[in-house]
Ligand binder design. Structure first.
Ligand code: ADP
Ligand code: MG
Length: 298
């Protein structure tokens, strides 16, 4: 099959006036998550000044689609994810989850953040089953499900261990099981593996893909790491540097699946995509870096 790669991503310019919410491949699918025309302005604590972190941003994630959002540090990635999670309200714009407008916490989604989120006083098993218990499931049933999930994430036999007795990678596996046991339709992940060493990180990325392939959920994956974004995703959205962050490019990742994230990075198509996306991102990363530096100097 010959593919016209040039036709597969939209031009980098003019994205905002030609919003990203209806890419051609989405027409076959239902939209799982839709962020429409979001603007987020934070008020400064000490003065009347305000900071518009995100402006006029639209992005849609189809049923079963794995979408990554990349952008320089401080551009507004976590802000977008927090809005999708219902933890933060946009100043204007709408969020739709499985066709319903979102108000309050997004209960159809599971979250995984960069920071450790396990409860240190609970064993791995008790951490994994916590959500089921909060939902009122009987303890014996919850234990059974938790054991099954520990096995699925490669932690059979570790249920009685406490978080401090597990490695960083193992704790991330527990967090994955904790999220997936609730069977969310949507997974919201904010740089979940960035604290891990490279090898562990790649193992976790492969683990995540394997779990995702068996039970295709819609994923919004936030990262500042372009290689991670390409190797995992069906689509990569590039954000501008702040203020008034907005998407400046969208790229379909037509790499075959199943993927091994370490191996896929050595393929010519990966390198080609990396070059295209990096050329869209480079200026923004430099701008973002300069802003962070100025803040530090000021
Ligand atoms: N609650 C807040 N109040 C004021 N400014 C905020 C708040 N949250 C985030 N910001 C600012 O909004 C911008 C985007 O932040 P964030 O979404 O965390 O960036 P990223 O996740 O891309 O690194 C940053 O300049 C940050 O300082
Ligand atoms: Mg962030």
């Amino acid at each position: 099959m010959s593919v016209d790669h040039k036709a597969m991503h939209k031009p980098v310019s003019n994205v905002v006036s030609n919003p990203l919410h209806n890419p051609p491949h989405n027409t076959m699918h239902r939209t799982a998550l839709s962020l429409h025309n979001l603007t987020v302005t934070f008020a400064a604590k000490s003065s009347n000044a305000s900071y518009t972190a995100v402006k006029d941003t639209t992005l849609d994630i189809a049923d079963g689609e794995f979408v990554s959002v990349v952008g320089p540090t401080g551009c507004g990635k976590s802000t977008l994810l927090n809005i999708a999670a219902g933890l933060l309200r946009a100043s204007s714009g709408e969020v739709t989850v499985l066709g319903e407008p979102l108000s309050g916490i997004n209960t159809r989604a599971g979250y995984m953040f960069q920071a450790e989120s396990l409860m240190p006083w609970r064993s791995a098993r008790d951490n994994v089953m916590a959500g089921l218990q909060f939902r009122g499931m009987a303890r014996t049933d919850a234990i059974k499900r938790a054991e099954e999930w520990l096995e699925r994430v490669g932690l059979a036999g570790f249920g009685a261990h406490y978080p401090h007795q597990l490695s960083g990678g193992m704790r991330k596996r527990v967090a994955l099981a904790q999220m997936l046991i609730l069977d969310p339709k949507i997974m919201l992940m904010d740089e979940p593996f960035s604290a891990l060493d490279v090898q562990t990180r790649q193992l976790m990325e492969n683990e995540l893909l394997a779990l995702w392939e068996t039970d295709k959920k819609s994923v919004l994956f936030i990262t500042h790491d372009l290689e991670e974004a390409i190797s995992l995703s069906d689509r990569v959205i590039v954000l501008s540097a702040g203020p008034a962050t907005h998407p400046i490019g969208e790229f379909i990742i037509d790499l075959p699946r199943p993927r091994d994230v370490a191996e896929i990075r050595m393929t010519p198509r990966f390198l080609e995509l990396h070059e295209q996306i990096w050329s869209a991102m480079k200026q923004e990363v430099l701008k973002g870096y300069q802003q962070t530096r100025n803040k530090l100097v000021a």
